[in-house]
Design a protein around this ligand. Structure first.
Ligand SMILES: Nc1ncnc2c1ncn2[C@@H]1O[C@H](COP(=O)(O)OP(=O)(O)OP(=O)(O)O)[C@@H](O)[C@H]1O
Ligand SMILES: [Mg+2]
Length: 259
């Protein structure tokens, strides 16, 4: 028995201001519990795809369904649909400054559970757990915009953890992370996988992708999906990686990386 896909993307194109192409005829299906990686060079369309999957933009052409329902502007205007969708899907933006808007880290992490209408005690518990999981208890009373890049990224992840969505959209989550935080992030994504969460990560870091991906989609520089497959086959396809301007990263069997 196959379950309803989390996302079905059918022949989706998107152009900013109806002129700047960002996605061209993209087809893909995301199933529950997958840890998918979206690979592509700068400007290939990774962030745009995640924003479409988060219902922030809508296709210029083609269709997206989320949990079997059309993900359209009019459906998202319906309060019940919007609430259910926002509860199940969360996006960590490539630029944390776009995401963090509250006066303190605590307010930031409490925002989603408050929106869910949880009790004061439950909100407090979720905030404590998320701060602990991300090891940022000490940042609790700090202003998010005054944090370092890596600290901001942890706060952004904590604010998603306090929502605890089924689907995690992570846009370049490695940016600003030191090696220890990077190792921690891989563990964190693997834990999400164990909890059967669906994770879609945009990155151009092949070694990072190799550590947790169950499947990989590769965009070329014409904003088209150049290939989809298992990490082993995609990362071994040097011609593909070269064509998509990703080949200056070489992935070894030990998952180390060299330029
Ligand atoms: N707000 C915008 N207005 C106009 N064009 C945009 C906008 N955001 C992105 N684009 C264009 O859309 C295309 C896809 O951009 P996108 O940000 O999705 O790429 P990306 O793969 O995430 O790149 P990166 O690796 O640099 O984050 C690019 O050509 C980009 O210049
Ligand atoms: Mg991007």
């Amino acid at each position: 028995m196959t379950s309803t896909p989390v996302f079905e993307v059918r022949n989706v194109s998107f152009a900013y201001d109806n002129s700047q192409a960002a996605l061209e005829h993209v087809d893909l299906t995301v199933r529950s519990g997958e840890s998918l990686v979206i690979l592509g060079a700068n400007g290939s369309g990774k962030s745009t795809l995640l924003k479409l999957l988060d219902g922030l933009y809508f296709p210029t052409e083609g269709e997206i369904a989320a949990f079997g329902e059309p993900l359209t502007e009019s459906n998202l205007r319906d309060d019940a649909f919007n609430f259910a969708f926002r509860r199940r899907v969360g996006l960590v933006f490539q630029d944390s400054d776009v995401q963090l808007f509250c006066p303190s880290v605590m307010d930031e992490v409490a925002f989603a559970p408050l929106q869910l209408g949880l009790s004061h005690d439950e909100v407090g518990q979720r905030v404590d757990e998320a701060l602990q999981a991300l090891r940022i208890e000490k940042l609790r009373d700090r202003a998010p915009h005054r944090l370092s890049g890596g600290e901001k990224r942890r706060v952004a992840l904590a604010s998603l953890l306090s929502l605890n969505p089924d689907v995690w959209l992570l846009d370049e989550p490695t940016i600003g992370l030191d090696p220890r935080s990077l190792a921690w992030l891989v563990d964190f994504i693997l834990q999400l996988r164990q909890q059967n969460k669906t994770v879609i990560t945009a990155t151009h870091d092949l070694a990072f992708a190799q550590k947790f991906a169950t499947g990989i989609h590769v965009f070329d520089e014409n904003h088209r999906l150049a290939a989809s497959g298992k990490p082993g086959e995609i990362l071994a396809d040097h011609e593909l990686l070269h064509r998509c301007n990703l080949s200056h990263f070489h992935v070894t069997h030990e998952a180390s990386i060299c330029h």
